[in-house]
Design a protein around this ligand. Structure first.
Ligand code: BGC
Length: 808
């Protein structure tokens, strides 16, 4: 069942009922100011950091779901409703929400009045614009009152939700004309404030929540809206809000537009006040002038669209499969960019007060957006590398505002260092910017301890070799990619974190997955050494990789598939000898991606075992059989009920590793089958089962052992987006940048018989037409009319267009 449809020409998903199986959200903002917005106008906004600079309040996991948003109430003759359906929930005559790239348009109508709400954050602007268009579609003149509503968060979202003894006394506002200024804590150390403005004279306003809503009422029945009369309240403490009241008269067929701005301003400390106690408002006024007319909003929307047209033009496909086209051309790169900005901080599942940026997460996110935003990728790499320790290990997370490593979680996740090599290699292949390797980057943000980025990569590589266990495999540390496989944790106390508790000190627990990573990512390190003229290091690296490959086949092979790990006691994890958890997805994907056992047949056997034991109609589960009881020596993985999250859920993020692995073995049918199983556009028809947005990937879909197989959770902020983009664009469609040219190496089944790809890379445009037999053989290339051997199209001149004919 569907709850809407794709509008590809507008690059929008159109939701046609407010009753979606879960709030389906979108993101506003692409630089410093961001908002999350659901199809009902719910959500919140923040400046840079969802925890430390949150402008509006949102109550997670609340009842009903949408507790916080930018809501507009329409009052007419004692009746009131909200065009977004929530929070009043009066039945509407029509409802439509269009989520576009960086904007959302929600239109609701009732009894001849139509309200269209356009929400966006203009480029280069630190505010949300809410444009409200009211139309009288009836035959009689209508007189309405429009009430806006936002609830301010007292900046630090964690403190805001927990430190009530203080912050119920700190709230402060100023109201001048049609602008409400939120200035809590401005009197002391904060030099920033928020403002909520409308470009028309108001009939009144409210800034005190209790007066507006009523202590025992809810957002769906605010007292002021019920009565249709604002109270002009000025908040002192308690909960400051912003609400304007506008009186609107509309002749039949007439329409009126109002532009609301919800903005963020920082003043230099010396210019905080215009007089004692009164904030200096020049910067806010200047912002207001930029958006005082609907034409300015329209032009900002066009600029935003243009921005996306340019970005998305860098990789596009035309094929007979419209679902493939819409994912590759629109939604998958869009999600990658959102994930780049948000990391794991703010979604409807990540509360914005938790995890900040992950070291491994951010490095892998980069794979999905580096072709779109290479300059930002460069900065991100430097930020990430600055949180690395001198021994090559790394903080597992860091805060976006301070860019400092997060001490609460610390380090010890032994896969982390290798992801930095992968991220840097992807950046260099895309841009050719080898100079980044010479950038001087601190360790642990210590200005007195800096080294060129290349040295950081060396420490990453060496970190693996310095931490080898009894079988010669890499030690796992607190966990590897699988944050929930905690082989040194042994936690018996509910109040401990699985990730930070290490109750047994030992150097025995080893990860076959990290070994696979080492063999897949290590060659990139060797290639970079070589390109910098360090042949000795490159050779040594290759020797170590070859050695590791042998060790994997000797100690990491279980007979029919790759083992997952050895635990603290040296027992096998992910082996046929185990009672539960006999086979894991991660090492099958990563070892085959590295080419381990490709010639000997081990690789094919491993992938066949995946098909047989892990594949389901909804995707590939992480492990099988699911753990049925808590196993202290394995940690968090066995804490989940069977079928969820790491305990045999379909952790979508590692599915593309199997897709890529299948292309390594040139098996296009299976690769594409796996792709279609988890890719949102292909499962739109089962939205009632899947529940999450049909335009973006979710982190997890419940597996075959779950009570509700196929039900997804944790949409939006997941490396699933980046890795699926890598899988489909670089390995299925097969176009990927290499150090010296663009590889063209498609591996798709015959159901996509021909397609063409336009790829912009290093200033050159490549137009690649593919005739596809679906047999998975080696491609034959003709470049600008001349046949070339192999699958590499050498980089052309910036500004040139290169024509590639490929048959495969
Ligand atoms: C984390 C990742 C981790 C994955 C699997 C995600 O929630 O952000 O870093 O690799 O879970 O455990």
């Amino acid at each position: 069942m569907r709850f809407g449809h794709f509008d590809d020409s507008a690059r929008e998903y159109v939701i046609t009922t407010p009753r979606t199986p879960y709030p389906w959200i979108n993101y506003l903002g692409s630089e410093s100011f961001f908002g999350l917005i659901s199809h009902m106008g719910g959500g919140y906004c923040f400046y840079r950091d969802a925890r430390l600079r949150r402008l509006t309040r949102y109550r997670y996991n609340s009842v009903p779901n949408e507790q916080g948003g930018r809501f507009f109430y329409i009052h007419e003759n004692g009746e009131y409703w909200t065009p977004t359906f929530a929070p009043v929930k009066t039945e509407l005559d029509s409802f439509e929400c269009r989520h576009g790239l960086g904007y959302t348009r929600i239109t609701g109508s009732r009894k001849g009045i139509e309200a269209e709400l356009l929400y966006l954050v203009p480029r280069g602007f630190n505010a949300e614009v809410h444009q409200v268009t009211l139309r009288n579609k009836s035959n009689t003149p209508r007189t309405l009152k429009l009430f806006s509503f936002v609830e301010f968060c007292l900046w630090n979202a964690h403190d805001d939700a927990t430190n009530l003894q203080r912050n119920l006394s700190t709230g402060e506002v100023e109201v001048v004309g049609s602008t409400i200024y939120h200035k809590t804590e401005y009197r002391e150390r904060r030099n920033h404030f928020a403002f909520y403005h409308v470009n028309a004279p108001v009939a009144g306003f409210d800034t005190d929540r209790e007066s507006f809503i009523g202590l025992y009422n809810h957002l769906g029945e605010p007292e002021v809206v019920q009565r249709g009369v604002p109270k002009n309240t000025v908040a002192h403490g308690w909960a400051p809000i912003g609400s304007h009241c506008l009186e609107v008269t509309l002749a039949p067929g007439a329409e009126r537009k109002f532009v609301f701005l919800l903005g963020y301003v920082e003043n230099p400390p010396a210019e905080k006040w215009s007089k004692p106690g009164v904030i200096e408002k020049r910067r806010a006024t200047a912002m207001i002038e930029q958006f005082s007319k609907p034409e300015q909003v329209e032009s900002a929307l066009q600029t935003l669209r243009q921005h996306w047209t340019e970005l998305l033009g860098r990789y596009s496909v035309k094929s007979p499969d419209e679902k493939l086209n819409r994912m590759v051309n629109i939604w998958n790169p869009y999600q990658c960019v959102v994930t780049f900005h948000m990391s794991r901080s703010a979604s409807y599942f990540e509360t914005g007060i938790g995890r900040g940026m992950g070291f491994r997460d951010s490095n892998q996110d980069l794979l999905g957006f580096v072709h779109l935003l290479p300059e930002l990728a460069r900065q991100r790499i430097i930020d990430i590398a600055s949180t690395q320790f001198p021994d090559g290990s790394a903080y597992h997370q860091y805060q976006p505002l301070t860019k400092r490593g997060n001490n609460d979680i610390g380090s010890g996740f032994n896969d982390d260092p290798l992801w930095l090599i992968l991220g840097v290699a992807a950046y260099i292949k895309e841009t050719g910017d080898y100079a980044i390797l010479d950038e001087s980057v601190p360790f642990d943000n210590d200005e007195n301890n800096r080294a060129p980025l290349m040295e950081h990569l060396t420490r990453s590589f060496e970190h693996v070799l310095n931490n080898i266990g009894p079988h010669g495999l890499p030690l796992i540390g607190r966990a590897d990619w699988n944050d929930c496989l905690n082989l040194n944790c042994f936690s018996e106390t509910p109040d401990e974190s699985y990730q930070t508790t290490g109750n047994r000190v030992g150097r025995t627990a080893e990860s076959v997955f990290i070994a696979g990573m080492f063999c897949h990512i290590g060659p990139e390190y060797a290639a970079l050494c070589e390109r910098r003229g360090d042949a000795d290091r490159a050779q040594r690296a290759r020797r170590e990789i070859a050695k590791m490959e042998k060790i994997v086949l000797e100690h990491g092979w279980d007979g029919d598939w790759f083992l997952r790990a050895y635990d603290f006691f040296g027992n096998k994890v992910g082996s046929k000898e185990c009672e539960d958890g006999k086979i894991f997805i991660e090492p099958q994907g990563y070892c085959v991606m590295a080419g381990i056992g490709k010639e000997s047949g081990h690789a094919a056997r491993a992938l066949d075992a995946v098909k047989e034991r892990l594949d389901t109609p909804y995707g590939i589960v992480l492990v099988n059989p699911a753990y049925t009881r808590y196993q202290v020596e394995l940690g968090e993985i066995s804490s989940y009920p069977p079928g969820y999250k790491e305990n045999a859920g379909i952790f979508c993020h590692n599915n593309p590793w199997i897709m890529i692995a299948e292309t390594v073995l040139r098996r296009p049918e299976r690769a594409f089958e796996y792709y279609k199983k988890i890719t949102p556009a292909y499962i739109e028809d089962i939205s009632e089962v899947h529940k999450m947005e049909p335009y973006v990937y979710s982190q997890m879909i419940a597996g075959k052992d779950a009570v509700k197989p196929g039900e997804a959770k944790n949409s939006w902020l997941t490396r699933t987006a980046a890795w699926n983009f890598v899988a489909v664009s670089q390995h299925l469609l097969g176009v990927r940048p290499h150090y010296d040219g663009l590889v063209v190496d498609p591996c798709l089944p015959a159901e996509v018989p021909q397609f063409s790809i336009t790829r912009w890379c290093r200033g050159t445009t490549y137009v690649i037409n593919v005739k596809n037999s679906g047999k998975g053989g080696a491609p034959k290339l003709v470049v600008d009319g001349k046949p070339v051997a192999g699958n590499l199209v050498p980089y052309g001149k910036p500004g040139a267009t290169i024509q590639v004919e490929c048959s495969v």
